[in-house]
Unconditional design. Structure first.
Length: 96
């Protein structure tokens, strides 16, 4: 018999901690000395597409190593976090 899956893979809880639970979006996609917030989104139609994979989001400590810095910095070359998703096409829905 195949092994049973026990809980979510370790990256799933980590990714959820990096999202705003109320709005189901990243806690930030832009970080500066004076601002931290979400400016970037991936929009799609859920009747024809379903997300299959997402690029893992960084936490604030990874992108803002010192309180006086933001993005871009020595490690992150852009002032925005890259968002990437892989989608699968949903089949046509039929009326019930």
């Amino acid at each position: 018999a195949p092994p049973q899956q026990r809980g979510a893979p370790p990256e799933v809880p980590r990714q959820r901690r990096r999202c705003d639970a109320k709005h189901n979006e990243p806690k930030f996609t832009n970080v500066t000395r004076d601002f931290k917030g979400t400016l970037d989104y991936i929009l799609y139609t859920s009747d024809s597409l379903a997300p299959a994979a997402l690029l893992e989001l960084p936490d604030e400590g990874e992108v803002k190593p010192r309180a006086s810095t933001g993005l871009p910095n020595d490690t992150w070359s852009s002032d925005h976090i890259a968002l990437m998703a892989q989608f699968v096409f949903r089949g046509p829905r039929t009326a019930a």
